[in-house]
Each structure stands twice: as C-alpha cells, then as structure tokens.
Ligand binder design. Structure first.
Ligand SMILES: Nc1ncnc2c1ncn2[C@@H]1O[C@H](COP(=O)(O)OP(=O)(O)OP(=O)(O)O)[C@@H](O)[C@H]1O
Length: 527
C-alpha cells in the first residue's frame, strides 16, 4: 500500500472519510431533500466504482446512558468549583438534550462513513478522490482522505473504528449520517459572550482567537439592536483582552450610551488631534505615495485619473523631500491646482494634519471613542476612518500571529463600505483575515450597503449576525445564500424574531444559531 492508495491486484483504491454532514433530513423540505439526494448521487457518479461503507455498531444503551450521567456529574463538579466555566455548562446542555432523546425511545449507536474510490492507476484513484471531496464540499459535507491507519482498519472489517455516536433521528437522506443541527461547539462555546440560544437557552460565544477570520458583521434594519450588540461586544473584548477597542462614533449614540451605562472610555476628538499624514510615522518611505493615494482616493472618491495624478505628484515630491510633506507645496503644484477635487482633498488633509498629538498616540487600552459627530460631511468622516484604520493596520503589521491585539468598531459601516472596490481598504483587511491581530466589527442596515465587495465581506467575515427582520424575501433571497435555512423556518420563526434577536452564522459551518442578545448594562456584568 502506498500512503494514500491501496493497490489490490490491478486495482487502485483511495479512501475518503466523511467527517461531518452538517444537516439532517428534518432540515430539508420535500423538494430540497429530493434535489440534495440527486446532487449527492451526481457527486458520487465518478465513472468509476465507488463503495459507500456505512458502519453501524451496537452500543449498550445502559452503559451509554451511565456514561452520559457520569460525565454530567463530573461537569457539575467542575461548574461548582468554577461557576464561570461556560464550556462545561454548554456540554451539560448538549448531554441533557441527548438524554431526553434517549428517554423518547431513540437507540444510540456508533458509526463510521467511508467512501472507497476505485481507479485504473494510483494517480487516477487519488485524483478521483480529490474530485469527490470537492464535490461533497459543495454539498457542505466535510470529508478528507483517510489516514494510513484508518485505511488498515477499514480493510480489517472486524476492527470497526466507529468513533462517533448518535441517534436514529439523525440519519439523513443519503445513508451517511448527520450530527446535531448546531454548528460545531468549538465555534461558539468559548470567547466573547454574544447571547443565549433562542431554543435551548445555551450561552453562545464568539471565539475570536480560533475563528477562521477575526471579523464580525451585523446586518439589520433600523432599531433591530445593532448598536447595542456592538457596544456589548466592544466592552467584553476590552475586559477580556485588555487591548485597545476603538469605536468610530458617527451619530453620537455610542458616546451617550457608554456614559448612560457608566463605563469609562476615552474620547478622541479628531479636531484636537493630528492624523500625521505629512509624516506617516509607521509607513516606510517607499510605500508612502501608494498609501496616501489609496486613502485620499477612496475617501474623496477620486477618479482613476485623479488618483494616478496624486500618486505621481506624491512620488515626485517624496523623492526630493523624504522626511515630511508640506501640503501647501503640493496644493500649489500645477497638476493639483488645476483640478478642484484634488485641491479640496489636500486642503482638507492639511486641516487635519496640524497641531495636537498624533491620534494613534492617544489610543489607550480599553474603550476609545473617536468622536465624528461634529463632522457632517460624509467624505470627511470617511477620510478620518480610512486614515486611522490604514495607519493602525501598518502599525500592527510588524508582529504577526500574536493573537488579538486591537478591535475596531464601525457602526453605520456603509459610510466606508459602499463605494469600496475590490482593492478597498476595509475589503483588504477583511480578506487578510488573521495575522495582524486586528478584529473588525461592523454594523449596517442592508447587504447592498456593502457595495461591490458584498460577497467578499459576507464570504470572509468570521461571524455574520442577521438581526431580526420581518421581510420574508430578505431571509429567502439573501440570508439563505450564506446559511442553511428552510422556507418553513422563514415562515415559522425568522420573520417573528424580536429586538436583539438574530441568526448567527460562523465561518466554515453553514448551520446557523438563533440567538437572543441582551444589552450589557453595568449591573449585568456583576451577575
Ligand atoms: N436586545 C435588546 N433588548 C431590548 N432592547 C434593545 C435590545 N437591543 C436594542 N434595544 C433597544 O432598542 C433600541 C434600538 O436599538 P439600537 O439603537 O441598538 O438599534 P440599531 O439597529 O442600531 O438601530 P439604528 O440602525 O437606527 O442605529 C434602543 O433603544 C435599544 O436600547
């Protein structure tokens, strides 16, 4: 046997193990069940032999139940010693729901699912298996090549390695097995508290550190509770990690609600601080023209031609004066002077570049609010947010993979997202995911607010929160693209959610959770 392929006479067989089928037959309507069965058989139709092995092994129900009860007992002791252990509390809830199903007559068993793909050559067997894994992935079924040991165990049928345990009601449409409808617990059992599962009451957390991508996006109509959720998450991040959490306050409600709840925070007024664009302390000389062209171009919505001009003028200027920029000199440059949008942009920049301490030096660990309420012009607001985000991004690029080091929170995110193109500043931060330790939390009313990059944001952020919304079409045509929901869920549950209630989708697992968030007040932290 080669590492991945078993060679038997003239046959070559590769082994695919199914790890997770994240839905069961009750999640699907009649017609989608039919089309999913068809899709499964299409995916497994590889013009070659394929054996589907579904092994089911008897478990003694008495022993199994005893094991569950023992585990629950141990968890209770753990919780008595450490009442804040949310992971243990979650596990108890899950074990209790399994006990309830056993009481309702379901018989437990353990199982393993393997697909044996036959090919005429080693290469063919392996590439067919890879095609199969990709195809199953498109049905949200997680699979992988078996390890050498697993292959040996599958061949020796008597040594059944049925590691997973389950109940008959979980058996889905395609013989392979399905597990609980909840996403995997590692996605939601630890981290920053979001709220309670609406159906089971289990606390749900956002595990920023282990999430595939440390960013979070909230979408919901006016009054649905987006700002309250951002406030809670920001406060909890500051408490948990002791890192700087920066709110960009456009409407003034962040500031007023923090004051109302008695939280300590630092207000940063951009009029009293310098954005330091003439020096760009953290940006290396060679990338300064590009950095400035991007920030100025996106903030003031300059055309491609105008951006090219500003880049070449800056490039020329910085080659001669590499220490600091005089905006006056640049404004009087002939190419800039002739074009009003460029002139205006540079005049605005010079206004925010003089006097006061450098804005980044004023940021402290804990809550910071950059107060944008006195700035009514949209392009000016965008300019300040883009500049601060871009400068922080460069500042934090020096160390990678050191965990979460900074959180940026943007309510009314359409201000900065609507006109971003594929090379946009925020889009870039979201696509890069982990690494620099920056977590971005954003809220906006519609998916359309995300502009051209909607798919980049929706597909890449670690946590998507769809707040309560009475519009059925919204659930059916938008939310359904990003998480597994049924038409019947839309009719029965989703359109009836109340304030602070939402559907959450964690990246990498299409099974959503319905969560109730309660605003954090000073007293609630002491409970
Ligand atoms: N989970 C909740 N439970 C009870 N009341 C809530 C909850 N969340 C928000 N509220 C209240 O509902 C009102 C609207 O909430 P919030 O301002 O957070 O909504 P929003 O989605 O940010 O609205 P907008 O888009 O208009 O800013 C506020 O008075 C807030 O205190």
């Amino acid at each position: 046997m080669n590492k991945d392929v078993l060679i038997l006479d003239k046959e070559f067989i590769s082994f695919v193990i199914i790890d997770d089928v994240p839905f069961d037959y009750r999640d699907l309507s009649d017609s989608s069940l039919r089309s999913t069965i068809n899709a499964f058989h299409k995916v497994t139709n590889l013009s070659s032999q394929i054996d589907i092995i579904f092994r089911k092994k008897y478990i003694d129900q008495r022993v199994y139940t005893e094991r569950l009860l023992n585990r629950i007992q141990n968890l209770r002791i753990i919780i008595e010693n450490d009442p804040s252990n949310a992971k243990a509390k979650n596990e108890i809830e899950i074990l209790q729901s399994i006990l309830t199903r056993l009481e309702q007559g379901e018989k437990p068993f353990s199982y393993q699912i393997a697909l044996l793909v036959h090919g005429k050559s080693e290469q063919e067997a392996k590439s067919l298996a890879e095609i199969l894994i990709r195809g199953l992935g498109s049905l949200n079924i997680k699979s992988r090549l078996a390890t050498e040991k697993e292959i040996r165990d599958i061949i020796l049928l008597s040594r059944c390695k049925c590691r997973k345990e389950g109940l008959p009601s979980q058996i889905p449409f395609l013989t392979p097995f399905s597990i609980e409808k909840m996403p995997k617990p590692d996605k939601w059992s630890e981290g920053i508290y979001i709220g309670r599962d609406l159906e089971k009451g289990i606390p749900i957390f956002w595990n920023i550190e282990s999430s595939e991508n440390p960013h979070l996006l909230i979408i919901g109509p006016t009054g649905s509770g987006k700002t309250e959720l951002l406030l809670s998450l920001g406060q909890l991040i500051a408490l948990n990690y002791g890192i700087p959490v920066i709110f960009f306050d456009v409407k003034g409600d962040i500031k007023s609600r923090l004051i109302k709840n008695g939280y300590n925070f630092k207000i940063i007024n951009p009029f009293l601080h310098s954005l330091n664009l003439s020096k760009l302390t953290y940006v290396s000389s060679s990338v300064k023209p590009l950095f400035l062209e991007k920030v100025i171009g996106f903030s003031f919505k300059l055309s491609r031609e105008e951006r090219a001009i500003i880049y070449s003028v800056l490039n020329r200027y910085l080659r001669i004066n590499d220490s600091s920029i005089s905006w006056r000199d640049l404004i009087s440059d002939e190419e800039v002077w002739e074009r009003y949008p460029l002139r205006r942009a540079l005049e605005v920049i010079s206004l925010f570049d003089t006097g006061g301490p450098f804005i980044l030096d004023s940021i402290v660990n804990g809550l910071n609010v950059i107060d944008l309420t006195q700035i009514k012009d949209e392009s000016l607001r965008r300019f300040i947010i883009y500049t601060v985000i871009s400068e922080l991004y460069v500042k934090y690029s020096d160390i990678v993979d050191q965990g979460i080091r900074l959180a940026l929170i943007v309510d009314e995110a359409w201000t900065i997202l609507k006109d971003e193109d594929e090379y946009g500043i925020v889009g870039d931060l979201v696509k890069r995911g982990r690494g620099h330790g920056i977590s971005l939390l954003m809220a906006t009313q519609n998916v359309q607010d995300l502009g051209e990059n909607a798919d980049v944001f929706m597909g890449n952020v670690g946590v998507l929160c769809f707040m309560n919304n009475g519009d059925k079409e919204y659930w059916r045509s938008i939310v359904k693209r990003y998480s597994n929901i049924l038409d019947s869920d839309v009719e029965d549950k989703l359109t009836f959610m109340g304030r602070g209630e939402m559907l959450i989708r964690f990246l990498g697992d299409p099974r959503p959770i319905l969560v109730q968030h309660n605003p954090l007040t000073r007293g609630s932290l002491q409970d």
